[in-house]
Design a protein around this ligand. Structure first.
Ligand code: FAD
Length: 393
């Protein structure tokens, strides 16, 4: 019998899961419940960087699967979702050269098209970085960036055309569980109506925490405020590759002809906030640190900050997501993406659909319970095999 599936959350994870369930033939029995409109959560704020640069085979494999999906998205979704494969350059200093080489070998062994290149090669795009202390780059020609809003919309529209019922302005008040709390049976909407289901997927970003908490499922997820800057660059930057600077934990991603989005990858400072109420701009410390770090990287004083904004990351203790079954039967968790969710979203949707349809992962590099919640209680947090100095990734 085809299971009836309810997905709570119409962000990129809800939309991707719905798409892959529909691909597997469950379109007519899948409903997505979104309290606002599709993509109105943090997916639409995403910088959308796409790359396979990870230090664990499971993550490399998922990122690679996802990148292949983005490459073929026009055919698969029937729409241009804004993927721009302009390349991704990851630079490290001398202290991290060995880790960089090992990570590139790992990525290559899994089929990722990535090479070690000298600094001069990337300096041809980003002049000034020759004397930044970066000694080596990993360059992924097929990396780049996408559009979080268009991607969520594209996946949702394709799911809908395959039978999925996507209901907007349908807030879930609570998950409905059996009297002993051992099994999820459906959801109650804010309107008071109860919808029954065989499987419930919670993909509600940082708002997942309270829904789970109410039924006794504690998910170790905090909501962290993450600022970004938009920089005016006094030159054409739109065809330059995304530039990641591991030494100063920062990145630049072309935005328009002469603007870039600037972000930090520092993981030692956490700014805990309420996802419904937080300052939506960069604070002075962030701006001051950014000015110093940008100067050290490109040695120019004519780059202007034209705008700032902030969104939230739903972060877990090891900064990797929680995906899979938990102690409550028929409940699937899909949350805690810790700032990685865009680039992994197609593989995440596929993984959740696999768990529902086949009970196991179809990716040989991703064990079925690899991202399970219970890993935290069992002391098997996810770690990069070749971590960079000063980084928790
Ligand atoms: C500023 C920023 C930059 C980022 N940059 C990158 C990047 O470069 N690369 C990358 O890979 N990732 C990036 N990310 C991370 C990535 O965007 C997220 O991991 C991903 O979008 C999370 O998707 P989601 O569907 O889990 O959450 P969301 O998009 O937040 O969706 C959750 C949805 O659930 C809905 N919802 C909540 N409660 C309920 C309820 N009770 N009932 C019904 N619906 C509910 C919300 O309205 C929302 O639409 C970035 C994130 C931010 C904020």
């Amino acid at each position: 019998m085809t299971p009836r599936v309810l997905i709570v959350g119409g962000g990129i994870m809800g939309a991707s899961t719905a798409f892959f369930l529909a691909e597997a033939g469950l379109g007519d029995s899948t409903v997505v419940l979104e309290r606002g409109t599709v993509g109105n959560g943090f997916s639409s704020m995403s910088t959308g960087i796409v790359r396979c640069h990870y230090g664990h085979p499971a993550l490399v494999s998922m990122a690679l699967r996802s990148r292949r999906f983005f490459e073929q998205s026009c055919d698969l979704l029937g729409a241009d979702i804004g993927f721009r494969p302009i390349g991704y350059a990851f630079g490290a200093g001398a202290v991290d050269e060995d880790a960089l080489r090992r990570n590139v070998e790992l990525q290559q062994s899994l089929g990722a098209e990535v090479d070690i290149v000298p600094v001069e090669e990337i300096a041809a795009f980003w002049p000034g970085i020759e004397s930044s202390g970066i000694s080596l780059f990993a360059f992924e020609a097929g990396g780049g960036y996408g559009d979080g809003y268009l991607t969520t919309q594209g996946m949702a529209a394709a799911a809908r055309s395959r039978g999925v019922d996507i209901r907007q302005r349908q807030a879930v008040r609570r998950l409905v569980v059996s009297s002993d709390g051992g099994e999820v049976q459906g959801v109650q909407l804010a309107s008071g109506e109860t919808l029954w289901a065989d499987i419930v997927v919670v993909a509600a970003g940082p708002w997942s925490v309270s829904l789970c908490d109410e039924i006794g499922v504690e998910v170790p997820i905090s909501c962290h405020r993450e600022p970004k800057l938009v920089l005016h660059w006094p030159a054409a930057v739109d065809s330059r590759p995304v530039l990641a600077d591991r030494l100063r934990a920062q990145y630049f991603r072309p935005d328009s002809r002469d603007t870039v989005i600037y972000g930090s990858t520092q993981t030692d400072h956490v700014d805990l906030v309420d996802p419904d109420r937080f300052d939506s701009f960069a604070d002075d410390d962030f701006v001051d640190n950014a000015i110093t770090a940008i100067d050290q990287l490109v040695h120019r004083d004519d780059i202007e900050i034209v705008r700032s904004y902030a969104g939230c990351y739903d972060i877990t203790p090891d900064l990797y997501p929680i995906i899979g079954r938990c102690d409550v039967e028929r409940l699937i968790l899909c949350m805690g993406f810790s700032g990685h969710g865009f680039k992994l979203s197609p593989a995440v949707g596929r993984l959740v659909a696999d768990l529902i349809v086949n009970g196991e992962s179809s990716d040989p590099h991703v064990p079925t319970d690899f991202f399970a919640l219970r890993r935290f209680g069992e002391g098997r947090s996810i770690r990069s095999l070749n971590p960079y100095s000063g980084s928790r990734y």
